[in-house]
Design a binder for this molecule. Structure first.
Ligand code: SF4
Length: 271
């Protein structure tokens, strides 16, 4: 069996995630995709924001940057523009990416910065105690919504597509091989890629919503995730809690670093 130990800082383990948390599965999928792509620990940078998911950067033995809440994408943009040869991966959560980081997210997509953003969606703010995030499903409970949230959730994939991302995909911690495939495809895209990884949070989300058993949360993913081709044929009335997974959108457009090079040329900076 292939060992991935070299990709993790052994002196930072054990991790602080709760037993049964899905974050470790998504983190492992990232390093598997990195290895498949032939990227190295020296030409790959991991940037994260704040939250349970964003602790991943501390465990991963690459050049890493654990930034401020919601600010991973602007830090990553700076890294990419300073050295476009680097492979830059952003790890973020649903709260980090779509609340305080929401504007950075849509403008990173609009600029088509060549980043691979892996959004660990656990449906809640885990680290700070279970508050509803902008991606908490309607009517689900949180410490800030004891009777169920009334706010309609963002679909981060639709948001990224509408904002200009050139690769958008979703998968889950249950579909780990598929998740790895989606991340690998995102790494192959020259432009802004979003991969939403639906992960289980038995502690902050599950306990509040009668799903504190992580295996049951994964069975829920198995039963409700629908491959895009089947989703497109599924009548709206039959969708219920189901959600689509797979490559949801792909396009091609000049990436931000290349666009900047053109500006530098026009200004005579490359002469
Ligand atoms: Fe994972 Fe939830 Fe625990 Fe955070 S609170 S470590 S997301 S299970």
């Amino acid at each position: 069996m292939r060992s991935f130990e070299k990709y993790f800082r052994q002196n930072r383990l054990p991790h602080l995630w709760c037993p049964g948390c899905g974050n470790g599965i998504a983190m492992k999928a990232i390093v598997q995709a990195v290895e498949r792509k032939g990227f190295t620990q020296d030409n790959t940078v991991i940037v994260s924001g704040i939250g349970c998911s964003s602790r991943a950067s501390g465990y991963m033995d690459f050049d890493t940057l654990h930034t401020a809440h919601g600010r991973a994408i602007p830090f990553a943009t700076g890294i990419k523009l300073a050295n476009p040869e680097l492979n830059v991966i952003v790890i973020t959560g649903d709260g980090d990416c779509t609340a305080i980081g929401g504007n950075h997210f849509i403008h990173g997509a609009r600029r088509n910065v060549d980043l691979t953003v892996v959004l660990f969606n656990n449906d809640i703010y885990g680290m700070t105690g279970g508050q509803a995030s902008p991606m908490t499903p309607l009517n689900k409970k949180a410490t800030t919504a004891p009777y169920g949230t009334v706010d309609r959730p963002f679909d981060a994939c639709h948001l990224a597509q509408a904002a200009g991302a050139t690769f958008v995909a979703r998968s889950t911690a249950y579909h780990v091989t598929h998740l790895t495939d989606m991340i690998e495809k995102g790494l192959s895209n020259k432009g802004f890629s979003l991969i939403e990884a639906v992960v289980q949070c038995p502690t902050a989300y599950g306990r509040k919503n009668k799903m504190s058993d992580p295996s049951k949360m994964m069975m829920w993913m198995r039963d409700n995730a629908v491959m895009k081709a089947a989703w497109d044929k599924l009548p709206a009335g039959d969708r219920g809690e189901k959600f689509e997974i797979g490559v949801l959108y792909e396009d091609q457009y000049t990436d931000y670093a290349a666009a900047y090079e053109e500006v530098i040329d026009k200004a005579g900076g490359n002469k």
